[in-house]
Design a protein around this ligand. Structure first.
Ligand code: GDP
Ligand code: IMO
Ligand code: MG
Length: 430
């Protein structure tokens, strides 16, 4: 399996970053294919914490080429800050390549993100305010500025003039301040100078790596339930976090993907608005948030916490064609006497076993739970399947049987080392 896609199987923050880091030592290329700096991927190596928003987490391995793929929207300022910060902590980083076709996020996107959220009032999405939605809107409206244009000074000046005129009219209409062309141009032209050496035809880079049998890891951002089509629309992000997004956002076809690994927490969290059937608005929810330090890597917002939703997980297994699961944060659940897992929903008196695509229906479902025995003790020192408490193994087997996806590994702590391999063959042997 030389190519593996790592996807979030829930609503994001499943610990994709940690898994990418663990597998990164075996990868030649690590490629982000969707989203922008709405993502926050944490990697902890020997007690040192790295937070990646745009740069693939695999860059910590010096032999890796880290690619920002064509499906991404990239904030140049954020990219440079992140690169400099990471370089300071770790001078021997891998190589960086940024797709010519990736779209550039400008300050007007961020301002429009905030203005659109304001206008939505109670129906706001609860975005990360990074301008992600407005940047993808520009892409779909065919007025976005791409990296290849951004790093060509004459082209960039022309394109920015044309787009900013339109954006300024839009900003005024929504009650915002118009932006000064020269100031914006000069600031961003300076960023472009620094980014130019990284900008490349990354689709060809990825295609050639795949063709020559190199190991390519596709680093998903967000989660399947935040996918524009497969998620809880309209409370979603504006891109395609699911495995199919790895094709659209990097230049490969579906047959080039050998394995798809879904990362899921042993429970469920969600940041921002939108339906969340198994949400716990009680002291158990608070307990999980506190014990698991469930606060966003990007925005610092408290994450909404709830029981494991297997209906959601099975939906993810199907929309992504998952070949394996990595269950994370099992350690957080230690100490709870009983654990509930949602196996179906009740909607208008009827039992349903799928995720309804209508948000108003998903918001109205009542979860139907099975109760499983919990476990006690600190799991962070477990390194083998047999080290896990029996009831924890039963919990994992239940999950596996329900979703029909084999568990590849279990994570019992944030550090690289705090991992229990289960079926290493699904993860490049590691
Ligand atoms: P990502 O966006 O999917 O990469 O996940 P985030 O980095 O936003 O959030 C995952 C958080 O969980 C990070 O703070 C990780 O350091 C932490 N983490 C990862 N795996 C585990 C685990 O098994 N147990 C615990 N307690 N924390 C973990
Ligand atoms: P990682 O990669 C969790 C959520 C936001 C909001 C919705 C839309 O770290 O798992 P956006 O700014 O994308 O327009 O916001 O999506 N969201 C995430 N939630 N993890 C993420 O990324 C997220 N990226 C976006 O909270 O509800
Ligand atoms: Mg995150």
């Amino acid at each position: 399996m030389p190519t593996l896609v790592i996807v979030g199987a829930q609503w994001g923050d499943e610990a994709k970053g940690k898994l990418v880091d663990v597998l990164g030592s075996k990868a030649d290329l690590v490629v982000r294919y969707s989203g922008g700096n709405n993502a926050g991927h944490t990697v902890i190596v020997g007690g040192q914490e790295f937070r990646f928003h745009l740069i693939p987490a695999g860059i910590l391995h010096p032999a890796v080429t880290a690619v920002l793929g064509s499906g991404m929207v990239v904030c140049p300022k954020g990219l440079l800050e992140e690169y400099d910060r990471t370089r300071e902590l770790r001078p021997d980083l891998g190589r960086l390549a940024v797709s010519k076709a990736a779209h550039v996020v400008f300050p007007y996107h961020r301002t429009l993100d905030a203005l659109e959220e304001q206008a939505k009032g109670d129906n706001k999405v609860g975005t990360t305010s990074r301008g992600i939605g407005p940047a993808y809107q520009d892409k779909a409206s065919r007025i976005g500025i791409r990296m290849g244009e951004f790093v060509e000074p004459r082209v960039f000046r022309e394109r920015l003039r044309e787009v900013l005129e339109y954006k300024n009219r839009l900003l005024s209409l929504l009650g915002g301040e118009p932006m000064d062309f020269e100031a914006l141009h000069d600031e961003y032209a300076a960023y472009a100078e620094r980014i130019r050496p990284w900008v490349a035809e990354t689709d060809v880079l990825v295609q050639e790596a795949v063709a020559s049998g190199k190991r390519v890891l596709f680093e998903g951002a967000q989660g399947s339930m935040l996918d524009l089509d497969c998620g809880t629309y309209p409370f979603v992000t504006s891109s395609h976090p699911v495995a199919g997004g790895a094709c659209l956002g990097t230049g490969i076809g579906p047959r080039a993907i050998d394995g798809v690994v879904g990362v899921c927490k042993a429970y469920t969290t969600r940041v921002g608005s939108g339906p969340f059937p198994t949400e716990l608005l009680d002291e158990t929810g608070d307990w999980i948030r506190t014990k698991g330090h469930e606060f966003g890597t990007t925005t610092g917002r408290g994450r909404r916490c709830g029981w494991l939703d297997l209906v959601v997980l099975r939906h993810s297994a199907r929309v992504n064609s998952l070949t394996g699961l990595v269950v994370t944060r099992l350690d957080v659940l230690s100490g709870l006497e009983r654990l509930l897992v949602c196996t179906s929903y009740r909607l208008d008196g009827e039992q349903i076993v799928h995720v309804p695509s209508n948000t108003f229906e998903l918001a109205a479902v009542e979860p139907v739970y099975e109760s499983l025995p919990g476990w006690d003790g600190d799991l962070r020192s477990c390194r083998r399947w047999d080290d896990l408490p029996r009831t924890a193994r039963d919990y994992l087997r239940f999950l596996e049987e329900f979703t029909s996806v084999p568990i590849a590994a279990v994570s019992v702590g944030p550090d690289r080392e705090e991992t229990v391999p289960v079926r290493p063959e699904l993860l490049w042997g590691g």
